[in-house]
Design a protein around this ligand. Sequence first.
Ligand code: FES
Length: 72
Amino acid sequence: METKTSDSEQQLPKLRIQIVANGPALIQGPVIITDQHGRKEQKNSLFALCRCGSSHSRPYCDGTHNYNGFTD
Ligand code: FES
């Protein structure tokens, strides 16, 4: 199945963000992440940012949202 995109969508950068219900924000770069300590890291493939605030590896999701009762 072919998906049509508008001219304005074709001009957008190739950054995609998908919010997962009751879970993280999935990000597909390329993108540069600056963490809470000012460290920068370039990401080129899919990764997940924590939205629940309970991850032990913030800003990234570690799956804790599956056990802490986080809901949207
Ligand atoms: S959203 Fe997954 S650990 Fe917070």
